[in-house]
Design a protein around this ligand. Sequence first.
Ligand code: MN
Length: 442
Amino acid sequence: MTALDATHDPALRSWIESANLPDSDFPIQNLPYGRFRRQQSDEPWRIGVAIGHHVLDLKWAATQCRWDRDVDGLLAPLAQGDLNAFMALGAPARRRMRSALSVALAEGSGQRALLERCLVAQSAVDMALPCEIGDYTDFFTGIHHATTVGKLFRPDNPLLPNYHWVPIGYHGRASSIVVSGAPVVRPNGQYKLPDQDVPAFGPSRRLDYELELGVLVGAGNAQGQPRTMAQAEEDWFGIVLLNDWSARDVQAWEYQPLGPFLAKSFASTISPWVVTREALEPFRCAFERPAGAPAPLPYLDSPENRARGQVDITLEVLLQTAGMRERGQPPQRVSQSNYRDAYWTVAQMLAHHTVNGCNLRPGDLLGTGTLSGPLADQGGSLLELSAGGKQALELPGGETRTFLQDGDRVVLRAHCTRAGARSIGFGLCDGTVVPAIAWPPA
Ligand code: MN
């Protein structure tokens, strides 16, 4: 596993002043990758690194600045705008690039004069999905979410017996993943009202969000070559925020026997900046199981995973209705939780996914599932916060919500903080609900 190195030094400062502000998500210790272009341009998307309020343009940086020869080679796919090709190079490439960027952006760097010309303000760029996402699998590792939602759907049998043994997941839809800022159209679908014998069709009446993290796969594995826990731990590229929008009425009607389908495939939003596994190194922590939980099967277990398989990431959901926006009220926090409460770690998700010989490819997305905390007000979805739509949530200005209404904006945020480390953040995962398409479509 990666050790802490000079790139994590909390005393390290950048010559880009905004990166040194104490509340910056993107200090020099973070260095997340994203895909951007200048607003009002039709240039090809290019790869950049977020630093303070700026983006370091790696296409320009590759040509305008002098780098060590091995770094030149690593910059080539990045300069071409191909993050997947860089992901395919694996952990050593990621660490070498991180170290080179850290030196280049640190106070006193000899590369400053040339790199100053390669900066763009974040306020002047549009962001795309950070990479091509070939496949998307959504897990169910939030045990508090699984238990609370299980109780709503099956009061006598909330947590099915396989939960303690199998990292449960289903194959999601990669084509409808969108980047933060894209509007989310309320889906039409089938749902069955409790007092009706036959289903109705129309706009979902129980549209919800899910607070999740998305893990992007690094080099991946060949078909038929499962990853051990040690290999799995090396081979995740980084983490983004993920809002797995969910139509609860459609879900309740369609989910048996094969699991979620149209209730979730209409849209999933991710944040644009990928926080790398190496940037998360200072925030790793022990993987702890609730009392009485069985030990994982050997293929899902390793001493390293027990000692530091988890990541301490504080997560938040904020909600702003159209009314709040009109009244000038900022998004209001509706819940907070922490990734370290998840029942399975990133390495366990990867190892389990490949154990049958399934191949993962660079840039594949693994959702963690909804990450709720143990307390009732820590639900990572409205389904939980409203107790299945029975208790409305009160918002500033007197409005209430059980599920999302048109015009509602959902913002996910996250940060990592630990004594002796520089705090880092993930930026925003932001989406606003717009009205359903009239049926039949024009
Ligand atoms: Mn989900």
